[in-house]
Design a protein around this ligand. Structure first.
Ligand code: GAL
Length: 407
């Protein structure tokens, strides 16, 4: 495994840091955020070669990355998250960035739950960028006020609000019909109905009793109800276009991770005034941490680039500026949130409280909880149910079978 020295080792200038970075940040807010990293990289003497792969959620990027690695042409770094990091490590293609991590005291400034995701067999193999929360409801403030609706705190309240909106000719739920977006809504609903322990049992531990439970039937029942609140043109829509529907008042709500806030911010919208944010009903916090893994590539220039990239990504200034744009919160525990908005401070407070209370949970839909085969089995079931008239009982059976077959 290639060991990347900290950038101090390249300080004699014999190497010109360079990096080809594969990622899937192409929406307005996402592109604005990754530009922060590109600028900082260049400002520190690095040469960045961008390899963006469009497609929210990262499925297309994952396919492109696999093709590159199999062709023996791995990028210098790639946006890889959760257990997929360890899956790539087990293929022997990742670089060890422990020297960078130790030189910058990562274990002292990162939450333990998240630091663990960045390690492979006791070495550091990825650099974390942020903490996104997945379980959010976003709303158009004016539309809610015009219809006398408060932000819902239970799924029953959500359904009642949706009925009122539908009667008034407003699309209740802006949604993009893509499997990962169906899965994002599903896990938020599951957290609210199963509770944090039930969610952990089902989507982290794959406990079959919980997967086959009446509560899981209730989760699919709620998904069926919500299928009735999306518009006829939802199929295939990109997530940021659904966010735009809430922004322009065409729709009232969207259930999406706080990368959606990055879109509102990129459009100059003001949280609490133009749009509202609240966690979806239920206790708990579903986290999704973006990270960059470094591939074992030859050449001092690329290794200097990897050291610089890893240091910048976890660096204090980047952690603030990037996350102000991206909609997430800093992963570093020592970055002040004075410049962050009310949604971000709510996220940080809830993260701390759920970490205390044992309800800080890895997102399954965004690749933080399970390996690809198991996560894919769940998502295939969820989207098959959402896009058909399958009964909840049949969906639960399909879910149990799909997971069992994926093991
Ligand atoms: C997530 C990713 C986020 C955001 C989102 C939409 O998987 O972690 O950073 O970009 O997809 O593309």
């Amino acid at each position: 495994m290639a060991i990347i020295a900290s950038s101090a080792a390249f300080a004699d200038g014999h190497a010109a840091p360079e990096a080809e970075v594969l990622h899937y940040w192409t929406s307005g807010g996402e592109a604005r955020s990754v530009a922060v990293l590109q600028e900082e990289f260049a400002a520190n003497g690095g040469t960045w070669t961008d390899m963006p792969v469009a497609g929210g959620g990262g499925d297309a990027a994952g396919t492109a990355l696999r093709a590159r690695v199999l062709a023996g042409n791995a990028p210098t770094a790639a946006q890889i998250k959760g257990p997929a990091i360890q899956e790539w490590y087990e293929e022997g293609v990742l670089a060890d960035i422990s020297e960078v991590a130790e030189a910058n005291n990562w274990s002292g400034i990162l939450p333990e739950a998240i630091a663990g995701h960045m390690q492979c067999d006791g070495t550091w193999c990825a650099a974390p960028v942020n903490v996104h929360r997945v379980d959010w409801i976003w709303a158009n403030a004016e539309v809610l006020e015009a219809n006398g609706i408060e932000m819902p705190t239970t799924w029953d309240e959500f359904n009642a609000a949706a009925e009122t909106l539908q009667a008034a000719g407003v699309i209740p739920l802006a949604h993009g019909g893509q499997a990962w977006q169906d899965a994002t809504v599903f896990e938020a609903v599951a957290l609210g109905i199963l509770g944090a322990d039930g969610f952990r049992k089902a989507f982290v531990e794959l406990d079959m009793d919980t997967i086959k439970s009446d509560d899981m039937i209730a989760v699919f029942d709620q998904m069926r109800t919500m299928r009735g609140y999306v518009d006829d043109n939802f199929s295939g829509r990109d997530w940021n276009l659904a966010t735009a529907m809430v922004m322009n008042g065409e729709a009232a709500f969207q259930i999406m991770g706080d990368w959606a806030k990055g879109e509102f911010m990129a459009a100059g919208k003001v949280p609490g005034e133009d749009f509202l944010c609240l966690s979806t009903p239920g206790d708990g916090f579903l986290y999704n941490v973006d990270s960059f893994a470094m591939f074992a590539v030859d050449g001092d220039d690329k290794q200097a680039g990897q050291a610089l990239l890893a240091e910048l990504v976890v660096g204090e200034s980047f952690q603030e500026v990037f996350n102000l744009n991206k909609g997430s919160i800093p992963v570093r525990t020592d970055v002040a949130l004075d410049n962050f908005d009310s949604c971000a401070t709510l996220s940080a407070d809830d993260m701390a409280a759920s970490n205390e209370g044992g309800s800080l949970l890895p997102s399954y839909a965004h690749g933080m909880a399970l390996r690809g085969a198991q996560a894919g089995a769940i998502t295939d079931t969820v989207t098959a149910h959402f896009n058909s008239d399958m009964s909840s009982e049949d969906a639960v059976q399909m879910l149990a079978d799909a997971i069992a077959n994926s093991l």
